[in-house]
Design a protein around this ligand. Structure first.
Ligand code: MN
Length: 745
């Protein structure tokens, strides 16, 4: 009796407490939205909240929280971090209602009107991207971008949704954490970046790192914390003289400084293979001016002048994104100057308006929209390009995602035509890209270009500010190499078309030659014979066969040899097969009641190999990936290829872990850097082979004057073994740094 009563009581208390918390969060949302609310808006939000609350009332999230916390948080992110208004708040509150409950779109339209219901519809359609592990991630992503061309708010709310899901990823199972994080870094963070949502992009990236490499994440976060006091002291000294000058300006200003994000520090450390202490640009100093819009530029340059009066600027590091804003709308003036202690410091100068756009992106500019056209037109241009890519029918969903990442996410360069017309190209674009951008015919006939009056080859990479004149010749013809010379999807697909056309023509000639030959050899041209020919000449398609004959790569003499071979037999071609992932999981489960592949044990059930790209060793966190023709490959969770694999093919991933085993050894790589001294290589080899009895597979050293860099491939048992080895090597005299690197390059 007593027990039951107590149980009952505790539930009652919970519900009351929860109700209060829900109301608190709802009020917080209203408070934050207040500055943008117009008459009647509060009522709309209240209605949306009431409906969502009622619809989700019996639902809970994985964490045990009431479900309504989620839409409330998404709505709050929309207001606070993206700067969206009432329509979006209502849509955000209702974004999971249609999918999860009995409420229908038509009901939402009746109460809130067409706009809100359209956005909710868009959000419902693209749900699969986040919630299910289907193979259709890429397809879903494409679907999502379709809605972007209708109403950008769908994407913005979706990003808010993703951000909240990432913030609450802790309660999800490990494999789901990995998949969701991978999608985030592969597609959503770049998308946020492209839409100018810098704060969200940064947080998504940091969360990705947190869920994929927690130790590294923690280390960097701790070091940022530890260095805070000395950093602040440095900044105070640095800005002190500038402040005095700024006080003379007739304008309000604010100086901020924030350390770089954990993820970007991590990236720098990995790319340049340096420790935290050597990342020199840990923070930037930001001067934000409160100036009328027509005087922004003027004041920003005045501040630039003041800063560079005190500190010497690096002439290569001046960035003027005020005169030409970035494609995602970013406006700011950057300079890197040398502090009195010899340290380089980046200073960013911008107006309050620019700062808000830099943080919140697309939506933030609505407040200023009467005055601003530059930003809108850039984003408009981008949207047009997205639409064009979406409309290309011949791209598969995966190709599309690839294309999208390659082109539409990229940064841009600004270049000029001979007449001084400004053109925006993707970063890395070449003279050939530029030629195709002007016209297909000009691209097809391009033999080179004059860049700033200087003759350059067609694969010359364009720089900001280049003026380009394309040179053509009627004799020019595209070839396969050209595909490597271009980055834009437009140029790529045009070149492919031209090559296809060319190939078809050659293949037609090839067919005539072949038929003539076959008649002479008295052979009948049927499918069976074509199969034999393909087999014999080892080509993948009939078109390739005919093309090679047309080109003369397969000659008349070769065809004769084919005829002369003793009774041509059709060999059985081994079929490329993808084993059903579910079936594999079931086989494993049948063996030890768990659907996790045990590396070192399950060879009898399925075949697997360790991936060469990241060379996992026991102790690494890993997953299995079912490839099309090479069985299962084991990758490290932080493999450079993992985001793509997990994001695009989440359905082919199986869980995997190491069994404890010490007799086996695994190949891994170590990079060592030190001061060059006689006998050092000898000492290194000694530690490896004598002290620790590790087998080296290869070792290569190069020395700059005074410094040596070495790469050693060796066999170890597991991560513990590797760590011991690293710490022993670090003790070798003259050794500066020892680090593991991914695979054989
Ligand atoms: Mn949601």
């Amino acid at each position: 009796m007593y027990l039951e009563a107590k149980k009952f009581l505790s539930v009652v208390v919970d519900v009351v407490e929860e109700k209060r918390e829900i109301i608190n969060r709802y009020r917080r949302l209203l408070r934050k939205a207040k500055p943008v609310l117009k008459e009647g808006d509060a009522k709309v939000i209240k209605r949306a909240f009431t409906i969502a609350m009622e619809a989700h009332k019996n639902m809970r999230r994985k964490s045990g929280e009431p479900f309504i916390f989620h839409p409330l948080s998404v709505a709050e992110i929309c207001v606070e971090e993206i700067g969206l208004g009432t329509t979006s708040i209502a849509a955000a509150l209702l974004h999971d209602v249609v999918e999860d409950t009995d409420i229908q779109l038509i009901d939402i339209e009746r109460v809130f009107g067409k706009k809100v219901s359209k956005i909710v519809d868009g959000l419902t359609k693209i749900r699969g991207v986040f919630d299910y592990g289907s193979s259709a991630q890429a397809e879903n992503f494409r679907k999502m971008l379709f809605t972007l061309s209708e109403d950008v708010r769908v994407i913005l709310i979706k990003l808010a949704d993703r951000l909240h899901n990432m913030r609450t990823l802790e309660s999800m199972p490990r494999n789901k954490q990995l998949r969701v994080s991978s999608e985030t870094i592969y597609l959503y963070a770049p998308l946020a970046h492209r839409l100018g949502l810098n704060a969200i992009k940064t947080e998504l990236e940091d969360l990705y790192l947190r869920f994929t490499e927690y130790t590294t994440y923690r280390e960097i976060a701790d070091k940022i914390d530890e260095t805070k006091t000395s950093r602040n002291r440095f900044i105070r000294h640095f800005v002190h003289p500038i402040k005095e000058e700024l006080d003379h300006l007739k304008v309000q200003y604010e100086i901020k400084s924030r350390p770089k994000s954990i993820f970007s520090i991590f990236n720098k450390m990995r790319k340049q293979n340096i420790p935290f202490e050597e990342v020199y640009d840990l923070f930037a100093i930001r001067v934000i001016l409160d100036t009328p819009i027509d005087q922004e530029k003027n004041y920003c340059w005045q501040v630039y002048s003041i800063v560079t009066d005190y500190y010497m600027p690096n002439p290569d590091r001046l960035r003027d994104w005020i005169s030409t804003p970035k494609g995602n709308g970013y406006e700011s003036l950057h300079t890197t100057v040398m502090a009195k202690n010899g340290q380089w410091v980046e200073v960013q100068i911008r107006s309050k308006r620019m700062d808000e756009i830099a943080e919140k992106g697309y939506a933030a500019h609505w407040k200023y929209k009467d005055n601003i056209t530059k930003y809108e037109s850039n984003l408009e241009k981008w949207l047009v390009r997205v639409r064009e890519t979406l409309e290309k029918q011949d791209l598969s969903a995966l190709e599309f995602v690839d294309d999208f990442r390659g082109n539409l996410f990229n940064e841009e360069v600004f270049v000029f035509t001979p007449r001084g017309e400004l053109k925006t190209m993707a970063k890395g674009a070449t003279a050939l890209d530029f030629a195709f951008d002007i016209h297909t015919d000009i691209g097809a006939k391009c033999i080179g270009a004059k860049v700033n009056q200087k003759l350059v080859p067609i694969n010359h990479v364009l720089q900001n500010g280049d003026q380009i004149e394309i040179l053509t010749s009627s004799k020019q013809k595209p070839n396969e190499d050209w595909l490597r010379f271009v980055v834009s999807s437009k140029a790529k697909s045009k070149i492919k078309d031209l090559l296809k056309e060319d190939r078809r023509k050659v293949a037609e000639e090839g067919k005539e030659i072949l038929l003539r030959k076959l008649r002479q050899m008295k052979l009948e041209a049927n499918n069976h014979l074509y199969d034999q020919l393909r087999e014999y000449f080892n080509v993948s398609s009939q078109l390739e066969l005919l093309f090679k004959i047309g080109k003369g790569i397969i000659s008349a003499a070769d065809l004769k040899k084919f005829q002369d071979q003793p009774t041509p037999q059709l060999k059985k071609r081994p079929l490329a097969e993808t084993k059903d992932v579910k079936a594999i999981e079931q086989q494993i489960k049948a063996k030890h009641q768990e659907d996790t592949l045990l590396i070192g044990e399950d060879m009898d059930v399925v075949e697997y190999k360790l991936a060469k790209c990241c060379t996992p060793i026991p102790g690494d966190e890993v997953f299995g990936f079912v490839t099309v023709s090479e069985g299962i490959k084991i990758h490290r969770s932080n493999c450079p290829n993992a985001p793509e694999l997990l994001a695009n093919h989440g359905n082919r991933v199986i869980k995997a872990k190491w069994t404890s085993q010490h007799e086996l050894s695994f190949l891994t790589g170590l990079r060592v850097v030190g001061t060059d001294r006689v006998g050092l290589i000898n000492d290194v080899s000694k530690v490896i082979s004598e002290e620790l009895k590790v087998n080296m597979s290869s070792i290569s050293f190069k020395t700059d004057p005074g410094i040596f860099h070495g790469e050693i491939m060796l066999y170890v048992n597991d991560t513990r073994h590797l760590e011991t080895l690293i710490s022993k090597l670090e003790k070798v005299e003259g050794m500066e740094q020892v680090s593991r690197f991914d695979g054989r390059v």
